[in-house]
Write a protein that binds this ligand. Structure first.
Ligand code: P6P
Length: 353
């Protein structure tokens, strides 16, 4: 029986309109005539690990990946089984690929040198939060992976890489991205030439370009923060939160509070729709909670490439000088005008409209 017009349309759309991540990566590589293909292979390795983590994630509850390992990670947080699994999958994929010589992972106290065993050029460093927000897995809330890629700096030996090679400011990132395991699984990344989003089609196991050239609105009507800590916030931040919730139709207030408890999910929604995510310093977390090297820096690179901004309240995130692999930072990230406004309130220079 001939397909209906609608079925035919969808079929044609499926067949001709989408570009796979691999096709896109090769197209981008062709823009650099001297490219060796090493970076393309590195992105391939990361996307493979993301598909494997996605497969395990989608069966959580059916296979034994719920709950904790009984271990505590370097952050002093109880490690979820999926944290350990995701960490292992990314390390395996990067080790097999041979393009990465050093990994810094939230789930491992020390940086992990990868012997390139003859495969690949081993000239990249990958910093990783294998599974952010993993405590949400047991209750079926979306979580994510965050990655940040640097070149091995000159003067460092790829066969004996030291953690110092990874401690570069965010402005030196070659690429950054995240995977959000949500209602669909998306990989979003930048290499400094804009931000593109790829949605996983599980029926063919390919990430397909679904969100080309993502731009984040200059301002939005959503703010994301754990208001449970309100009484431990700085006065300027309380003033900003109060201002966001005042009735003023002309300036689109009151704003809505959306806080999933999963940074990647809150960030992704705000990136597409506009909004600001805030994890400030609190009494219990005087340096904030989010980690500079594998959460704040990669997401700041993406935010800025999409037209947004990211600050610690005083300093542009990408310009912060890292001192330790797991150091934390206060973080205000998202729509540029909202981030600038938050900074003004924090610095006491805001002019309430
Ligand atoms: P709180 C998850 O542990 C995480 O790092 C982010 O994904 C999330 O936004 C935040 O911490 C939640 O922290 O203190 O609000 O529970």
């Amino acid at each position: 029986m001939a397909p209906t017009t609608n079925e035919q349309t969808i079929l044609e759309h499926d067949l001709k309109d989408f570009k796979t991540l691999e096709q896109y990566i090769i197209e981008q590589q062709d823009r650099f005539p001297h490219s060796t293909g090493a970076f393309s292979r590195l992105l391939r390795d990361i996307s493979l690990a993301a598909k494997i983590v996605n497969r395990d994630m989608r069966r959580a509850g059916l296979v034994d990946v719920h709950g904790t390992t009984g271990e505590t990670n370097v952050q002093g947080e109880v490690q979820q089984k999926m944290d350990a699994l995701a960490h292992k999958e990314f390390v395996l994929a990067l080790r097999r690929g041979g393009e990465c010589c050093l990994i810094g992972s939230e789930e491992h106290a020390e940086a992990i040198p990868l012997s390139t065993n003859g495969e690949g050029d081993g000239k990249y460093i990958v910093l990783l939060d294998p599974l952010d927000g993993s405590s949400n897995i047991d209750v079926n809330v979306s979580v994510g992976t965050i990655f940040s890629i640097y070149r091995l700096p000159d003067g460092h030996d790829k066969d004996k890489p030291k953690v110092e090679a990874a401690l570069q400011p965010g402005t030196e990132q070659v690429a950054a991205g995240y995977v959000v395991y949500g209602s669909s699984t998306m990989l979003v990344y930048t290499t400094g030439a804009g931000v593109n989003g790829f949605t996983l089609d599980p029926s063919i196991g390919e990430f397909l370009l679904s969100h080309p050239n993502i731009r984040t609105p200059a301002r939005g009507r959503v703010f994301s923060i754990n208001s449970g800590y309100y009484h431990s916030f700085a006065d300027g931040l309380c003033a900003y939160l109060d201002w966001l919730q005042e009735e003023d139709a002309d300036s689109g207030r009151p704003c809505k509070m959306r806080y999933i408890g999963s940074f990647v999910s809150d960030f992704h929604r705000n990136l597409l729709k506009g909004g600001i995510y805030m994890y400030p310093a609190t009494q219990s977390s005087p340096e904030g909670k989010l980690r500079l090297m594998y959460e704040a820096n990669p997401m700041a690179f993406i935010a800025e490439q999409a037209g947004g901004a990211a600050t610690d309240g005083h300093t542009r995130i990408l310009e912060k000088t890292p001192e330790k692999l797991h150091q934390r930072t206060p973080l205000f990230i998202g729509s540029r005008e909202m981030v600038e406004q938050a900074e003004a309130f924090l610095q006491g220079t805001a002019v309430s409209e």
